[in-house]
Design a protein around this ligand. Structure first.
Ligand code: NCD
Length: 297
């Protein structure tokens, strides 16, 4: 039973293989390759781009998509997570795509259902498809990943996106620096990457500034002075953009908070890859779903 819960342990070859597969899906037409297969999107946390691009990806592979929204389900009548997964399995799910606040929700669901589970964001643990999307987007932009320098800026402590990047991007040769106010820094640094509290010091050295949203829903905002104070020290704006190399780019997994971590001019500039990141969500998720479905055939 495969699926994708974590990129931990994936070597450069394995990562490159899935990126190549995703690249192959970028311009692919609607297919019937997996008609008859059923993919269930079970999202226990809010989502726009992740959920809809997973749905679009499954549909483009010819699979049927069952959408499940806890707020409209028997979860509101007290049905447990376990019983919900068993129910969705019994109805006929070949692969689960799961977003949940619990870090081990995907492992539990895989155990209960016996089906491959794709991690669509688990608490602060990891968001592996976002990492693959960003790797693909960077490879398209620079023609390589090896030797690129990226500053990840913001609420790293609570970010599953940052964790996925820390797990996989160094394997692909990307050099990471973590930047943000001390309360946003991870409590430990098992990755041994550079850290900095001063964004302006880093801008001239990096190819990519990767911005993160403040995870208020995970209790973050209490630790920082104010949105305006944060924007002054860590927000990307035109002045900071001009401090980067001319080839430097800005990324963000979305959703963005304009005026906090990024201003309008930067978000909408030619050097912002935000829209391309979203667009790459479909081919990357096609590659991940196809691998999971190939495993259950
Ligand atoms: C992120 C998430 O949900 O982890 N969004 C996404 O999936 N692109 C980041 C966030 O919510 O800040």
């Amino acid at each position: 039973m495969s699926g994708l819960i974590t990129l931990h342990g994936w070597g450069r070859e394995r990562l490159t293989e899935i990126l190549d597969k995703a690249e192959g899906y970028v311009a692919s037409a609607q297919s019937t390759a997996f008609s008859g297969a059923t993919v269930t999107c079970a999202f226990f946390e809010a989502s726009t781009r992740t959920r809809l691009s997973f749905e679009r990806a499954a549909h483009r592979l010819g699979a049927y998509v069952m959408g499940f929204s806890p707020e409209l389900s028997s979860v509101t009548k007290g049905e447990s997570f376990k019983d919900t997964i068993l129910t969705l399995t019994a109805i006929g799910t070949d692969v689960f795509i799961l977003r949940h606040t619990l870090a081990d929700a995907a492992d539990l669901a895989a155990g209960w259902s016996g089906r491959p589970v794709i991690n669509a964001g688990l608490g602060s643990r990891e968001h592996p498809t976002q990492t693959l999307i960003d790797a693909l987007t960077l490879r398209q932009e620079f023609g390589r990943l090896d030797g690129l320098r990226m500053a990840i800026v913001g609420d790293i402590r609570n970010s599953r996106v940052a964790r996925g990047h820390l797990i996989a991007l160094p394997t692909l040769g990307v050099e990471l620096t973590l930047v943000g106010p001390t309360p946003f820094m991870p409590q430990d640094n098992p990755w041994g990457v550079r850290t900095s509290t001063n964004l302006d010091d880093e801008l001239g050295d990096v190819d990519v500034v990767y911005l993160l949203r403040i995870q208020a829903e995970r209790g973050s905002s209490a630790d920082i002075p104010s949105s305006a104070g944060y924007a002054r020290r860590y927000g990307m704006n035109e002045e900071r953009l001009s401090m980067m190399k001319p080839t430097g780019v800005v990324m963000h997994p979305g959703p963005i908070n304009r005026g906090v971590e990024i201003d309008d001019a930067t978000a909408d500039s030619e050097r912002s890859l935000l829209v391309r990141q979203v667009a790459n969500g479909v081919p990357v998720r096609m590659a991940v779903i196809a691998e999971a479905l190939e495993g259950v055939r």
